[in-house]
Design a protein around this ligand. Sequence first.
Ligand code: FES
Length: 85
Amino acid sequence: MCPQFDSGPRHIHDMPRYVKFHKKGPLLIEVSDKKIWICMCGLSDNFPYCSGKHKYSKDEDENKDYIYDENFNRKEIKNIVLGEE
Ligand code: FES
């Protein structure tokens, strides 16, 4: 299974790629009479669907990047060094 779609918040060490989520709320998609809320913050524990965990991102500084642990504790990312393949 692709780790990107496992349930639970994603972490850099679990991910095959570094992906930055910068939205602080879901995207609503309406199909006929059905409403689907898609996670745009990256913190959902029911990804790709919104689970309400975006509440932890509400006070993020938009000029900074963060990483969250499994308890939604936030740390600012100061520097990312990517290795060569
Ligand atoms: S938008 Fe990510 S949990 Fe709601």
